[in-house]
Design a protein around this ligand. Structure first.
Ligand SMILES: C[S@@+](CC[C@H](N)C(=O)[O-])C[C@H]1O[C@@H](n2cnc3c(N)ncnc32)[C@H](O)[C@@H]1O
Length: 380
């Protein structure tokens, strides 16, 4: 039997090994069986020795006398993030008492045996540490846009794909339905395809919608989901009819990324929110879109509004908060206000010095952020 010293040394050596962020695929039945066997042990040293051996197998993929790496075609497997599993095993090794070690061991066992998700996403809460791509803070500093696949970022006034990506992971399950009422270049729908969500997008500008459709089709449709872009005015379009076509009457996530009033003029069409004559009219038009879409959002589900403020005639116009109020007036529950950094557009970058000078003279701050406002539809 190994002495305590040897154990310390081995533990140290193993900890020094580089941890790959990949996944390990294990024979589920064997792995659980071993965890049960270890949890029956009655002294801490023996328990830790078995964990050290287990960690060795997982880290080095050899000395697998236990057979946990034997993947039987007909057997159940479990795929675990190597770094998370290693840290869980380390936690057991660092336990000072047998009771604590068994507690962590049991937690690991349960997280492999069971999947616990809530009603609105596929996040396995028992293995929540493996979901570190999901942002949970309200301040997002994202310096790189995802330009992979069909995400070309060609459309002036689009949002970065990470926004719908995060929203869908957090607020939808695979196979559910997402409605974007200002779909523009189709960012949301491209992301829908990647994540296996059905997506309906509405866009006023025919040309933009056509280009969006072509781009979306370039994205693989691995999960065979619906991606439909419809040309129309989101204030009045018949959403019921669109959904009924697919035998649906509700969506599970609503995304709205309206024009930030007239900061970018998207068209000359008077139905376009960017052509609203003033802030009041803009808010009225925005409210009409919310009214038109709300009945088709399932109760208890989320609505993500992406909006920025504007600066006009020496005054900061808090468009974001005005729009938030429009939504709240309609009975939604406010869940979060996320502040996200603004990507610098090429034009702005060249004028950086000029803007700094203007800000110093004019007594204002330069916009560097926009909002993602999250609402929940009340009821169950
Ligand atoms: C801020 S952009 C959305 C960009 C989109 N998130 C993307 O990533 O490409 C706003 C879009 O709303 C569209 N729009 C404006 N008024 C509309 C209306 N009444 N109905 C539908 N779409 C409208 C504009 O043509 C523009 O493409």
């Amino acid at each position: 039997m190994k002495t305590n010293n040897t154990e310390q040394l081995t533990l140290k050596n193993l900890k020094a090994l580089p941890i790959s962020r990949g996944s390990v695929i294990l024979n589920k039945e064997k792995f659980i069986q071993i965890l049960v066997e270890i949890s029956i042990l009655q002294d801490l040293t023996s328990l830790k020795n078995r964990i050290i051996a287990l960690k060795d197998i997982i880290t080095n993929q050899k000395n697998d006398k236990e057979g946990i790496l034997n993947i039987d075609v007909n057997g159940d497997t479990v795929s675990l993030r190597r770094d998370v599993l290693t840290s869980e095993l380390n936690q057991i090794l660092e336990s000072q008492t047998l009771e604590r070690a068994k507690y962590y061991l049991n937690r690991l066992k349960v997280s492999i045996q069971k999947v616990k998700t809530n009603k609105i996403n596929d996040i396995n809460l028992l293995r929540w540490k493996e979901h570190d791509e999901i942002i949970t803070d309200s301040l997002w500093i994202l310096d790189k846009r995802d330009t992979s696949g069909a995400h070309l970022g060609w459309y002036w006034g689009n949002f970065i794909p990470q926004i719908p990506h995060q929203m869908m992971l957090r607020y939808t399950k695979k196979g559910e339905w997402v409605l974007d009422t200002f779909v523009g270049s189709g960012t949301t729908l491209i992301e829908c395809r990647r994540l296996g969500r059905n997506g309906i997008g509405i866009e006023l500008n025919q040309e933009v919608a056509q280009k969006a459709k072509e781009l979306i089709e370039k994205e693989q449709n691995e999960y065979n989901v619906v991606s439909e872009v419809i040309v129309g005015d989101s204030r009045t379009i018949n959403i019921k009819q669109i959904l009924n076509k697919y035998g649906m009457d509700k969506v599970q996530l609503l995304i709205m990324h309206p024009p930030y009033h007239d900061i970018i003029k998207f068209s000359k069409d008077e139905r376009d929110l960017s052509n609203a004559k003033n802030t009041e009219e803009f808010l009225k038009m925005f409210g009409a879109v919310v009214d038109n879409a709300t009945s088709y959002l399932e109760k208890g589900r989320y609505f993500a509004l992406i909006i920025g403020d504007k600066y006009s005639k020496g005054e900061w116009i808090p468009l974001g908060f005005y729009c938030m109020n429009e939504v709240l007036k309609r009975g939604y529950l406010l869940k979060s206000i996320i502040v996200k950094n603004f990507e610098e557009t090429r034009g702005k970058r060249n004028q950086k010095e000029l803007w700094r000078y203007r800000a110093l003279v004019g007594g204002f701050y330069i916009f560097k952020h926009e909002y993602i406002m999250l609402f929940k539809k009340r009821g169950k």
